[in-house]
Design a protein around this ligand. Sequence first.
Ligand code: AMP
Ligand code: MG
Length: 400
Amino acid sequence: MLTAAEATKAILAAVNTLESETVSLAAATGRVLAQSVKAERDQPPFDRVMMDGIAIAYAEFADGNRSFQIQSTQAAGDPAQTLKPAHAIEIMTGASLPAGADCIIPVERITVNESGAHVEANYATSEQQFVHAAGSDHKKDTELLQPGTRISPMDIAIIASCGLANVSVSKQPRISVISTGNELIAAGEAIAAHQIRLSNGPAIVAMLEENGYADATHEHLVDEPELLRERIAQHLQHADVLILSGGVSMGRADYVPQVLHDLGVEVTFHKISQRPGKPMWFGMGPDGQAVFALPGNPVSTLVCARQYVIPALRHMSGMAAAAPQFASLTTEVTFKPQLTNFLPVKLISNAAGNVLAMPVHTNTSGDFASLSGTDGYVELALEQSDFKTGTTVPLHRWRM
Ligand code: AMP
Ligand code: MG
């Protein structure tokens, strides 16, 4: 049986990289860059004026001149003018520094009358004051964004500033979520005493969406091998990723591994030394489809989806592995089985800036109601069974 770390490694080694496509800037937020973005020009592209005021020659100010005849006005977007000796140009934030000027005095520090602009008494300034020097942020061709970056609103600003109306991004994987189980009845349908509400399908789709993977459909199937074979075969034709829930344990109605085998999906592993989610199954389809079969218990499903499926999708999109996160336990925890324990937690932070994880007790791996308000889960190492209050442990947030 693989450990949790071995399972992650095996999945990331097996999955394929998605192709790229070009999208408009307006459609790029949240997508993963498949190209590098380089500066179109030096930034700022010219000596940029940072204040509304007057542009003068500092040497004249240093010589004691405090009154300047106003030569003209130059706004942002106007071509740079040339400053005449003993003059000032009225200047606006964002304008290009006039030739011959090297100092901006803010409008609040001057009075203007018929004889010109007069700097207030005792005002001190320096060469280059309020001048944002050309190229001081970055030079032309500097790589500002790397492939594999999930595009944030800040990145949209960068892409736009580089003059790109379109960018190459990783294609969204087409994902089929397939829940299984005779006992499951969707919301909105009549339900009998012996039946259970279907919750995993919608929850997996929601988790995918929250993590940036919106191209997902959900279908529910009853536990009939023929039907499973027929429908899963269909999904294999149309999807890059299949996420099944239920039917992977040892019960008589757990047909999923056999059906996947029959359809040519080659098993990479079945079972991980973890709780919840021990029966998890993973394999690769004949055309490179990644097939995850998650145990049906709702807590197991959500933990496995977050722990294995989301990182795999990110990897397929060309993203680098996320930096590890940690939190310290607010209570002691004992967990005897020789299994990695993924323990749901709520997070708080203290005045010292530490992230603290409050374990949330789930009654069973089916007790999904306890998960509301949790931020993620901590990972308690398989080799250890007693974790003291304050122990620092790896943290996995539901939303990566
Ligand atoms: P299974 O993995 O199919 O043996 O299911 C384990 C438990 O999880 C059973 O009690 C199922 O009723 C429950 N379960 C399976 N799939 C779902 C689902 N889609 N929504 C809610 N509960 C489920
Ligand atoms: Mg079942």
